[in-house]
Design a protein around this ligand. Structure first.
Ligand SMILES: *Cc1c(COP(=O)(O)O)cnc(C)c1O
Length: 362
């Protein structure tokens, strides 16, 4: 049996994605060659990328006037590309965790950055909601799901300025009103495919606002004009993303996925709230459906390592929390089956019984 994969990223992929990607690597039906060894200018490859973009658009209901790009460099390169292309004088950022912090750091190379709200005061356990957005800013940047701290926007903010968003860890997990954003980006390795490709959803007429010259590879316009084919795109990674998107369509699209995610996360949060050994770290109203963070209650604190071992002996992988939160983090991305969540809940219950009755079997 496969392990229960709770890694935060790279993370679980559907069997459909893995099997069909493996098949394409061994040989594409229509080319009798591997997806790894065909030119990105070949008919098979250009058609594959077109199909991926078209399915991506369909599943997210991306309106006309937006482009979808597949680039290299990870979400971290977007931390610099966004201000490079959009920050003229001043941008506003919401600081909701480590990834926001990294985005802020890069933006400061290009102009003034106003951090309009931060949840640092309580170690990022909530999404800041009270803030004023200055009118004279070029854009407001948010991180919709805070992978490390386990918090998530449940609603797109209502603001009157252009918005930019890092959706690395919750894209395709919930409904998003794309038209509220000028640009959305993220690494593929949480909800889409293997690491190595970055998606960008960009409003075509949002560009051209900055005066500075922009090197070709860092200029969104280059990639829009050449439809992600200015240079060699990460072909195999895009192919793997296409398999995930096909699987998403089979599941019934984002609406069905969102329902399933809420159910999965609900199961685990209910157990965290019920179980006497554990408690959640994020404020209830801002809890993420993607990354579920919890710690041991004070009186059981010294059992942390023991529980990790107990869980690991029962097939749980990747539940150790990030060092900045401690405790545990179970990532329940789209591809995570509910059976794995139920298995983790059972492990928590079994462990609780053992501890409270003092008869723990490791
Ligand atoms: C994982 C992650 C990143 C970093 O992505 P890279 O592709 O490694 O650069 C950025 N933002 C968020 C929210 C993430 O979860």
């Amino acid at each position: 049996m496969k392990k229960h994969n709770f890694y935060a990223g790279p993370s679980i992929l559907s069997d459909y994605t893995i099997k069909n990607t493996a098949k394409g690597i061994l040989g594409l039906d229509n080319a009798e060659l591997s997806i790894m060894e065909i030119s990105h200018r070949s008919k098979e490859c250009t058609e594959m990328v077109e199909e991926t973009i078209s399915l991506f658009r369909e599943l997210l209901s991306i309106p006309k006037g937006y482009s979808v790009l597949f680039l290299g460099g990870g979400a971290s390169t977007q931390f610099c590309m966004v201000p490079y292309n959009y920050l003229n004088k001043k941008a506003a950022y919401i600081d909701s965790g480590s990834w926001s912090g990294k985005a802020i750091k890069e933006a400061r190379f290009f102009g003034e950055v106003e951090v309009v709200a931060s949840s640092e005061d309580r170690n990022y356990c909530y999404i800041p909601k009270k803030y004023d957005v200055p009118k004279d800013i070029d854009y407001l940047h948010i991180t919709t799901n805070n992978t490390i701290f386990g918090t998530q926007y449940k609603k797109d903010p209502d603001v009157k300025v252009p918005m930019a968003a890092d959706m690395s860890s919750d894209i395709f997990s919930r409904y998003v009103d794309i038209s509220k954003y000028d640009i959305i980006y993220g690494g593929a390795q949480k909800n889409l495919g293997p690491a190595g490709v970055t998606f960008v959803i960009i409003k075509d007429d949002s560009l051209g606002r900055v005066e500075r010259p922009i090197p070709s590879m860092l200029n969104y316009k280059t990639h829009i004009d050449k439809e992600s084919m200015y240079n060699t795109p990460p072909v195999v990674n895009i192919f793997a993303c296409l398999q995930t998107l096909k699987w998403y369509r089979r599941l019934g699209g984002v609406q069905a996925i969102q329902k399933y995610n809420e159910k999965k996360a609900g199961l685990l949060y209910d157990e965290i709230d019920r179980n006497r050994l554990f408690k959640g770290t994020a404020d209830k109203k801002d809890r993420s459906d993607m990354n579920i963070t919890f710690v041991m209650n004070e009186e059981f604190k010294e059992l942390q390592t023991e529980f990790l071992e107990f869980a690991s002996n029962r097939g749980m992988v990747g539940i150790k929390g990030h060092r900045s939160v401690g405790g545990f983090r179970a990532s329940t991305y789209n591809a995570m089956p509910i059976d794995s969540v139920m298995a983790l809940v059972e492990v928590m219950q079994e462990y609780e019984k053992g501890v409270l009755n003092n008869n723990l079997k490791k």
